[in-house]
Ligand binder design. Structure first.
Ligand code: SF4
Length: 389
């Protein structure tokens, strides 16, 4: 049994509060990843003096990365003492589990020109977020879970839009210093109303990252990952055809069609769920089976519906991405919904069966702090879910 993978689900369901002891210790440490250049804001606590880390490693036989989403309510608690080091402790104090903080990349931490462009996500993805705006916010039809507008305003010292030169140069500098610490490049952001132009811009960033990896001899080892809205003209997707080791996602968010119109009203009105599905099939044919991905967010619809969608995608050669819903400040859904541990465990067990049946590739290669895929790809949900809360 992988205790760490199941514990991750309990922590994603409940969130993690942060003790003053941990905050005091964390404030005095150096070299760990700080929340910087972030694009979602799940920290609701008004009592934190110190911004908590963005993620942790649950240590143990099968270590996994988990997000620190502080929902400002009694929950599992991130604590620290000289004897134990950093640990997460259950609300009743009966259970505790050791955690490790994520070491930052010196090349990012010490170079302002690089740190305003990217961050280290989940301990192994070099993440670029561009553009830091999405046209759905202009008419209030943004996805209900999305906090991009408020987060970008709160975090405005970072580049709002990146160029291919920005990305290519940053990748070159970071992998020259850290060829073994980075296993993927992530390019993600909002969307501009001209979807063809926006997609072409994102492809330029992908190609720049890929070129730097090829020049460093690392294109086989470090993959390049893009998530965007699909272009209106699907033939533009062919511009990705010759990019090696690429993974691309068009996100459905939820599978149930009625729920899709509620959760993603802009996508529903402007593109439609059925057209995103067609775009995914087109994408699969261009980038290869299971290199086309789509997120379904566990918690925004029933577990049965999430799993029906994941099964339909997997059977057609598209890798589902299953993220546990994280409640972000600035999003319209916020804390109004929280998936229970039992609901997440049901999704995880069903996802495990799909990974045991199809050659699904996780979008995040171990760094998905809110995702269940890497754990399922590694068989960590095969045992019965333990009692946790
Ligand atoms: S498409 Fe939806 S989730 Fe993506 S940036 Fe726009 S509003 Fe946010």
């Amino acid at each position: 049994m992988s205790a760490e993978a199941w514990l991750k689900l309990a922590l994603l369901s409940n969130g993690i509060s942060v003790s003053p002891e941990f905050s005091a210790w964390f404030a005095d440490t150096a070299g760990y990843v700080r929340r910087r250049n972030f694009y979602n804001s799940p920290n609701w606590s008004s009592t934190d003096d110190v911004t908590p880390p963005q993620e942790l490693l649950l240590a143990g036989d099968r270590p996994v990365i988990v997000a620190v989403n502080n929902y400002g309510r009694p929950a599992w608690r991130l604590s620290w003492s000289a004897e134990s080091g950093p640990v997460v402790v259950s609300q009743d104090g009966d259970r505790s589990h050791p955690v490790e903080l994520i070491s930052d990349l010196a090349a990012v931490r010490t170079d302002n020109a690089i740190s305003r462009l990217c961050n280290l996500y989940g301990g192994s993805a070099l993440a670029f977020f561009s553009p830091r705006a999405c046209y759905f916010f202009a008419d209030g039809t943004e996805c209900g879970f999305c906090s991009l507008n408020g987060t970008a305003r709160e975090n405005d010292e970072f580049a709002a839009r990146l160029t291919a030169v920005d990305v290519g140069d940053a990748v070159k500098a970071v992998v020259a210093e850290h060829p073994d610490e980075v296993n993927q490049i992530m390019i993600v952001g909002g969307n501009e109303r001209d979807l063809n132009r926006g997609f072409r811009n994102q492809v330029k960033l992908v190609r720049a990252a890929s070129l730097s990896l090829e020049q460093a001899g690392l294109a086989d080892k470090i993959s390049v990952h893009l998530v965007a809205m699909p272009p209106r003209d699907l033939s533009i997707i062919h511009e990705l055809e010759d990019v090696p080791n690429v993974h691309v996602g068009f996100n459905l968010e939820v599978w149930d069609a009625r729920r899709f119109s509620e959760v993603a009203p802009g996508k529903h009105a402007d593109y439609t769920q059925s057209e995103i599905l067609k775009a995914l099939e087109y994408l699969r044919d261009v980038v290869g089976h299971y290199r086309a991905h789509s997120i379904l967010i566990a918690g925004l619809e029933t577990p049965h519906s999430t799993l029906a969608g994941a099964a339909a995608l997997a059977s057609s050669g598209i890798s589902p991405i299953i993220n546990a819903y994280h409640s972000d400040r600035h999003s319209s859904l916020g804390l109004s919904i929280r998936p229970t541990y039992r609901q997440l465990a049901e999704v995880a067990a069903g996802l495990q069966e799909l990974h045991d049946t199809y050659p699904i590739k996780p979008y995040w290669k171990g760094c998905g702090r809110n995702a269940l895929d890497y754990e399922a790809a590694n068989g960590m949900f095969r045992s019965a879910a333990p009692e946790l809360n």
